[in-house]
Design a protein around this ligand. Structure first.
Ligand code: ZN
Length: 437
């Protein structure tokens, strides 16, 4: 610590000329500044009451959390950069030493990382490419002056589906353990399906081997507008990365020709699954494997958009949905608000497989809505909760045998038969209706 007294003592010990030099240096204080930036996001489900990314206004600025940026000054090209790296959880650089009298510029990429967990949004030709879309700021920003020590935010006004994706991945990277985002993982998004990327050959929203296609032109319109769809597909990608390949993706095996339990009401919202693999929706009777996979992806979207202690678990669904009102079920068009928490007793949409689809004692069948609630309830609401990593462990260990009996066996072996967690697993399987007993 250098105080005035210390400096005075120094002056008594050394030559006056040296003291002049010390004072001269302290008079021309260096300039420090944190540079922060944003993404402009617009989500069609805005204003449904979720905890995060909730707004009813268009074009909201979100902190560019964990975004890759490059900062350069007006003396040269971006290659003469001042700083490059990933922003912090508030979308800011560290405090940087800057040169007075210069104007600085910032470029930000559709690429984000927190440690070794990465998300990359790009559309170019190279399947293995690391590059992203770079958004640069052309306008000069306040010129650095001597003695500056402050924070300045670049408000990025780029309106693009990729900016919406970046708003969601920033939220995921802030709390990656919520949905078990693995280390040393890079999840890639494509928003263009015109044959440039081999995996994205269909229009729609889907995950392929850990990568995510979010394209336009379907009944979803611009699917990348929808934060719940973005995080749902991330849930699939993480499942692939943590549990291994999903052998199905075919939705025809339990087709059940009862209006409440098939997808005849969803119209064009079934793409690209509608043919020839069949389609699926929140309340359709499916194979248990598919219902678990889709239920987990929906749970992941709920977890990303809500805090763990907020008990309603607001989920906004992107396909037409059966909703109970005034004594009857009718179809509501998306976006449809669905609560992942079933604790409101006697919900008419509770235990859908058992109560609407003749599902009792059909251990090979499942409904996405029931499994979504099971995952949400075992993840929150008590002292014996399961983390997302616990869930990934259970399904990875269970392998291809995902019957309820085998899942409970895995839990008993890992945490002990009769343990609080084993009992928690069993009781919520019963209350949500996913266990066939
Ligand atoms: Zn899905």
């Amino acid at each position: 610590m250098k105080t005035w007294n210390n400096v005075t003592k120094l002056c008594t010990l050394f030559l006056v000329s040296l003291c002049v030099l010390v004072f001269s240096n302290s008079a021309s204080a260096a300039a420090y500044r944190k540079w922060c930036t944003t993404w402009t996001t617009s989500y069609t489900d805005a204003g449904k009451g979720e905890d995060y990314l909730n707004s009813s206004s268009p074009n909201i600025q979100r902190p560019a959390r964990y975004t890759r940026v490059i900062l350069w000054d007006n003396t040269g090209s971006p290659s003469n950069y001042k700083w490059s790296g990933f922003l912090d959880e508030n979308g800011c650089t560290p405090s940087l030493t800057l040169i007075a009298g210069r104007t600085y510029y910032l470029g930000q990429a559709t690429y984000a990382a927190n440690g070794t967990k990465e998300f990359l949004v790009n559309d170019d030709n190279d399947y293995f490419d690391n590059t992203a879309v770079w958004v640069t700021f052309e306008k000069p920003v306040p010129t650095v002056v001597d003695g500056t020590s402050d924070q300045f935010t670049f408000y990025n006004t780029w309106v693009n589906p990729k900016a919406n994706i970046m708003g969601v991945v920033g939220q995921i990277l802030r709390y990656p353990d919520k949905i078990g985002t693995p280390n040393n993982s890079r999840i890639r998004f494509k928003t263009n399906y015109t044959g440039l990327w081999p995996s994205c050959i269909y229009q729609g929203a889907y995950a392929v081997n850990g990568d995510i296609c979010l394209t336009t032109g379907t009944a979803w319109q611009d699917t990348t507008n929808w934060k719940y769809i973005v995080s749902h597909e991330v849930g699939h990608a993480i499942t692939y990365l943590t549990q291994g390949p999903d052998p199905t993706g075919v939705y025809t095996d339990y087709f059940y020709n009862t209006p409440l339990c098939c997808c005849n009401h969803i119209g064009g919202y079934g793409q690209p699954e509608s043919s020839p693999q069949g389609t699926h929706c929140l309340q359709s009777k499916e194979s248990i494997k598919n219902a678990q996979g889709e239920g987990f992806a929906n749970f992941a979207a709920v977890a990303v958009m809500n805090t763990r202690t907020y008990k309603d678990g607001i989920f906004v669904y992107g396909k037409p949905t059966w909703v109970y009102n005034n004594g009857i079920f009718s179809v509501q068009q998306p976006p449809v608000k669905v609560l992942a928490y079933r604790g409101i007793s006697l919900n008419q949409d509770d235990q859908w497989l058992d109560r609407r689809c003749d599902g009792i004692n059909q251990p090979g069948a499942g409904v996405e809505l029931d499994w979504q609630r099971f995952f949400f309830e075992t993840w929150t609401h008590g002292s014996s909760v399961f983390s997302a990593d616990d869930m990934h462990y259970i399904w990875r260990t269970a392998g291809s045998n995902v019957s309820w009996a085998n899942l409970q066996n895995v839990v008993n072996a890992r945490w002990g038969t009769g343990s609080d967690k084993a009992n928690w697993f069993a009781s919520h399987g019963d209350s949500t209706g996913v266990s066939p007993y």
